[in-house]
Design a protein around this ligand. Structure first.
Ligand SMILES: [Zn+2]
Length: 457
């Protein structure tokens, strides 16, 4: 079973929009109240408030604050959970201390479980349709299209203030069989492709005989000047300042919408391009070979005092404009979706960008990103940087690479079936359910008190 997320635009009428804004306001209020609670307890008695403690407060809270009572209790819990996630990320050093959110920066709320459980209903076959929110008592018109539609499982309502538009982000569960691209589901691992994501060319692929280079679309080069111009125009208008109680001028609002529109356009173009490119590769090959990618390190800022600051900034811009992380994600799910296999090689062991594809000797001086063309001083083999590294990866996957062990496990092979992505989990709603069940079991036995804190696994 795979899950996919699809976003639809909502078209509320005036009364419906009023109700949506009201619900968003209340959820925002709850979010801030939870933060205030945690801050207060910490300042007063150096005590960390757990998620469960706050969740257990909700019924009591609703009695005093009747305007909360009509909202779905699971969606309120998920807002409390948002605070918990934010704090967990902070405790793990991934984020800054959670702040109070203004209504302008509060996006929306979530119905964390199946429609029948948390009171929502989506009437759609994947293209347009209607969405019912039972707690608000409204049915909204919804437009959009999903490539793979399945059983709806969670719903998040999102408001984008810059656009003044509402969206429904729905996750659906799809049976694996439906994801198969072709009609014959028999696995034939025939075609192997090694691919590398670069900056000069966005993707370089090698299938053993020929290279395909997909050019970098560089949306930012086209749209960036426009965005820049629009932002300059925006800065000339009277911006809002809440501390000085200055309201934004109508011209500022208009210019702000313009910037948001251009940025969305760039984002949409990027997404469209990514899907086209990855679908193309995935439809032609059964096994994908790539290296572990460290985009975070790649896009990190240059060291202080480094002469290559500007160069690094340019590199960052082009990495981000292609959207590396997402490209890799899309490729892997598309190849796996049709029953193929994605092999991720250990960069440190294989060193594709420093190894000669012909004789296997490692050249340390090949490493700097500015070295675009490589000549091996051992065997005289000449190759372009991006092409060289995909050749090495292809050779490794097919056991032909000189200078490396013949066993794939020697070179740190990890198949797509084992989890190659190591993420720090901050505790999802699913994990939460597990803890909750454990907790109720302990209660049922009647011998222990409830666990005092919830630890993210
Ligand atoms: Zn060589």
């Amino acid at each position: 079973m795979a899950t996919r997320r699809h976003t639809f635009r909502l078209y509320p009428n005036t009364t419906q929009a009023k109700k949506l804004f009201e619900a968003r306001r209340i959820h925002c209020y709850l979010y801030n109240a939870c933060i205030a609670h945690r801050r207060y307890e910490w300042r007063a008695s150096r005590r960390s408030v757990s998620y469960f403690e706050q969740q257990n407060c909700l019924p009591e809270f609703k009695k005093f604050w009747v305007e909360f009572a009509y909202l779905n209790s699971l969606s309120l819990q998920s807002t409390v959970k948002r605070v918990d996630l934010a704090y967990n990320a902070f405790f793990q050093g991934l984020r800054k201390l959670p702040k109070f959110k203004s209504i302008q920066s509060y996006s929306g709320w979530t119905y964390p479980s199946l429609p029948e459980k948390s009171g929502w209903k989506v009437d759609s076959k994947g293209k347009h349709g209607r969405l019912t929110l039972r707690d608000l008592g409204i049915t909204l018109k919804m437009r959009g299209q999903a490539k793979n539609w399945g059983k709806p499982s969670t719903l998040t309502i999102v408001y984008k203030p810059g656009l003044n538009q509402w969206f429904a982000s729905i996750t659906v569960e799809i049976p694996d069989a439906q994801l198969l691209f072709g009609s014959d589901s028999q696995l034939k691992y025939e075609s192997i492709v090694a691919y590398d994501l670069g900056t000069e060319t966005a993707i370089t692929t090698y299938n053993g005989s020929e290279f395909v280079e997909v050019a970098n679309p560089r949306f930012t080069q086209v749209l960036a000047p426009k965005i820049k111009q629009a932002s300059i125009a925006l800065r000339r208008k009277r911006a809002p300042n809440r501390k000085k109680r200055i309201k934004p001028s109508n011209r500022w609002k208009k210019a702000n919408r313009n910037v948001a529109r251009l940025q969305r356009q760039a984002g949409n173009q990027r997404k469209d391009w990514q899907h086209k490119v990855t679908s193309d590769i995935a439809s032609h090959h059964d096994i994908g070979v790539t290296e572990k990618l460290n985009t975070k390190g790649m896009t990190a800022r240059a060291n202080k005092g480094s002469k290559r600051k500007k160069q690094k900034a340019g590199l960052n811009k082009s990495i981000l404009s292609v959207g590396f992380g997402n490209l890799n994600k899309l490729l892997s799910y598309k190849i796996e979706g049709k029953g193929g296999l994605l092999i991720t090689l250990d960069t440190k062991k294989v060193k594709p960008s420093q190894r000669c594809p012909n004789c296997g000797v490692i050249h340390k001086h090949w490493a700097p990103i500015t070295n675009r063309y490589h000549v091996c001083d051992n065997c005289g083999f000449e190759v372009e940087r991006d092409k060289g590294s995909v050749m090495v990866m292809y050779n490794v996957a097919t056991n032909q690479q000189q200078g490396l062990g013949t066993c794939l496990s020697d070179v740190g092979l990890s198949g797509s079936t084992s989890s190659t992505v190591q993420r720090k989990h901050t505790g999802s709603m699913k994990q939460l359910g597990k803890v909750k069940r454990q907790k109720s079991q302990i209660k049922g036995d009647g011998n222990l008190e409830t666990p005092s804190s919830y630890e993210a696994g």
